[in-house]
Design a protein around this ligand. Structure first.
Ligand code: NAP
Length: 251
């Protein structure tokens, strides 16, 4: 049997990240559950351990350079050299362009772009040494443009360029880099959007479902399933792709 691989999932205390962490643990990987607040990672970690898996809670801001470096080194020591990285941590700070503040522009860029850059840079060292690696970046259908999300859409489109470039640079080391662009997924992020728009989450979900060809919104497990494929051994020839997981060609 080959040695157990270690995966890092950022933003894994809740939502899509928690779903990805649970799925990768059930696939047999040791999982570093990374989020801003280490204590908040406990729910995900406890579920993995209760199911017989191996997990470590790691608190760090993905936009903090020394913090990410130290976190990845700690994961390598305590869990094993990380050869799988899922850059999932994300925030929204929505507003129409004329009201969008520089602070909200910078915050969104920092978490999504700087965060994915710093985490990938720290983890690639272990992947190149192992001559095996899998990086999955969370983009969004918003990359195609979405009213009120100039900052978020730019960051999510930027992640697609980042993905394709890492695919070209790192491919020769056995490392693949791909992106998943979810449509509407039921999490606290979409619940917060409904609240901001002044409508109930149920009404928001029902309205969104009507525009989605499969007739319903997505769940974190739908994204976790796609991640499970991208990080698998057999997906080594799939590199630099963006997979829209949105219940239709766009949503
Ligand atoms: P969520 O429920 O808001 O969870 C995001 C997690 O990321 C939270 O636990 C959050 O921690 C953490 N996080 C935020 N900033 C961080 C930082 N600087 N460092 C470390 N962790 C940080 O969001 P989600 O809906 O699961 O979304 C996950 C990813 O999918 C995001 O990249 C999002 O943009 C993308 N996505 C979501 C949807 C959707 O419909 N939900 C659609 C397309 C793409 P705190 O709780 O402490 O803030």
């Amino acid at each position: 049997m080959t040695e157990q691989r270690t995966a890092i999932v950022t933003g894994a205390a809740r939502g899509i990240g928690a779903g990805i962490a649970l799925r990768l643990a059930s696939d047999g990987y040791a999982v570093a559950v990374l989020d801003l607040d280490e204590a908040a990672c406990a729910t995900t970690v406890d579920k993995i351990i209760a199911a017989g898996g191996k997990a470590l809670a790691v608190g760090v801001d993905v936009a903090d350079e020394p913090g990410t470096q130290a976190a990845v080194e700690r994961i390598a020591t305590e869990l094993g050299a990380p050869t799988i990285l899922v850059n999932n941590a994300g925030i929204t700070r929505d507003n129409l362009l004329f009201k969008l503040t520089v602070q909200d522009w910078d915050m969104v860029m920092n978490v999504h772009l700087r965060g994915s850059f710093l985490m990938s840079k720290a983890a690639q060292k272990y992947m190149t040494e192992a001559k095996f690696g899998r990086i999955v970046n969370l983009s969004s259908t918003s990359a195609l443009g979405n009213r009120g999300q100039a900052n978020y859409a730019a960051a999510k489109a930027g992640l697609q360029g980042f993905t394709k470039t890492l695919a070209i640079e790192l491919g020769k080391y056995g490392i693949t880099t791909n992106a998943i662009a979810p449509g509407f997924i039921e999490t606290e992020m979409t619940a917060a959007t409904a609240e901001r728009m002044g409508i109930s989450f149920d009404d928001f979900k029902a309205g969104a479902s009507k525009a989605i060809p499969v007739g319903h919104i997505g769940k974190p497990d739908d994204i976790a399933h796609a991640v499970s494929f991208f990080v698998s051994e057999g997906a080594g020839f799939v590199n630099g792709q963006v997979l829209y997981v949105a219940g239709g060609p766009k949503a």
